[in-house]
Design a protein around this ligand. Structure first.
Ligand code: 8YV
Length: 332
């Protein structure tokens, strides 16, 4: 880079114009206004000469990509989850990864709770019935489902979003909260929620509404499969606002079809945006296109935080939310 030239960065997907304008004050920005989802080959071509990138869950950056682009110093992921980034490879290459935690916690918890309620109270299923012109009379057992208030809320993955969902359930709906997590919460976090730390078998057995909010990794792949679904109550619901691949979607479709659990709410899917066709045919599943963090304000906050991280990392500042701070300070 010759003196006076701005460093080049890639913004891999379409982005708020205001965020792009801010990035352009510091960088030569290659944007993607058409919002094309790049194939690995196309992404690699776009990364030539770039020292930084803003990515989303749809771009995978692994050891091969990092090796092909040794000039790359920082990847700012516009998501709290970063399973699309191979962090061990980032560490090995000395490249910084950042994510967007905190700013989306409450918005994602709102949606997780709403999806759980829609699932339990059969909101989309009954709406489809109404829209299809099938509602001709009231009936005592029409679209009855399990209650939410007072029920047992099971949380798998009690991080920031899991705790925010638990708070809604405990304080707003009088739910009993049980949770399974890598480690037990501190007593001052557990106590106000009345939350009980249980093993996974107890969680599956006791939850009336099980909500998944854990990160995706090799160890959480198919954390909910046929064996786990078989341990749940036949009246229970399952809600996934975490990542596709944590649930075995094919096994879930079978369990829903055979009514081994009552219903499911899914915002994330294995191989999304493709959705297992077996799920599409079922009435007792609420399906949404990965929108749990999609409030206007939160998406802007995520974009701003990703941009702030990129700017800080490349202008000698301190990135706000590094995933692998061990690589700091970045090489010049
Ligand atoms: C994003 C998410 O919308 O933050 C996450 O981990 O799943 C969502 O908020 C999605 O990952 C796109 O980057």
């Amino acid at each position: 880079m010759s003196a006076g030239m701005k460093p080049a960065v890639l913004v891999a997907r379409a982005m708020y114009p205001e965020t792009l304008a801010r990035l352009q004050q510091h960088f030569e920005v290659e944007a993607n206004p058409d919002d094309e989802v790049f194939s690995p080959v196309a992404l690699s071509a776009r990364l030539v000469g770039k020292v930084g990138a803003i990515t989303t869950g749809s771009e995978r950056i692994d050891a091969a990509v990092l090796a092909a682009h040794p000039q790359l110093r920082v990847v700012a992921n516009m998501a709290v989850g970063y399973n699309n980034l191979d962090i061990a490879a980032f560490d090995a290459a000395g490249v910084l990864a950042t994510n967007t935690p905190d700013v989306l916690t409450e918005t994602t918890a709102d949606f997780g709770f709403a999806l759980m309620m829609a699932t339990a109270r059969r909101i989309t299923e009954s709406e489809n019935y109404l829209r299809a012109g099938r509602w001709t009379q009231w009936r005592y057992d029409m679209f009855t489902g399990p209650d939410v208030h007072g029920a047992t809320l099971g949380i798998l993955g009690m991080g920031r979003i899991g705790q925010a969902i638990a708070r809604r359930g405990a304080l707003g709906f009088g739910m009993k909260v049980i949770y399974t997590n890598r480690s037990r919460l501190a007593p001052e976090l557990e106590a106000p929620l009345g939350a009980r730390y249980v093993d996974k078998a107890t969680l599956l057995r006791e939850a009336d509404h099980l909500v998944l909010v854990l990160p995706y990794s090799a160890s959480s792949h198919h954390a909910i499969g046929a064996a786990e679904l078989a341990q749940m109550k036949p009246t229970a619901t399952l809600t996934n606002v975490a990542r596709g691949g944590i649930v075995d979607d094919a096994a879930l479709a079978v369990a829903l079809a055979e009514r081994r659990i009552a219903a499911a709410g899914l915002d994330v899917f294995e191989g999304e945006p493709a959705v297992n066709p077996a799920l599409l045919d079922l009435p007792n599943v609420v399906l949404t296109p990965h929108i749990a963090s999609a409030s206007e304000r939160t998406r802007r906050a995520m974009a701003d935080l990703a941009a702030d991280n990129l700017i800080a990392a490349l202008t000698g500042g301190r990135p706000l939310t590094p995933v692998n701070p061990g690589v700091l300070p970045l090489r010049a």
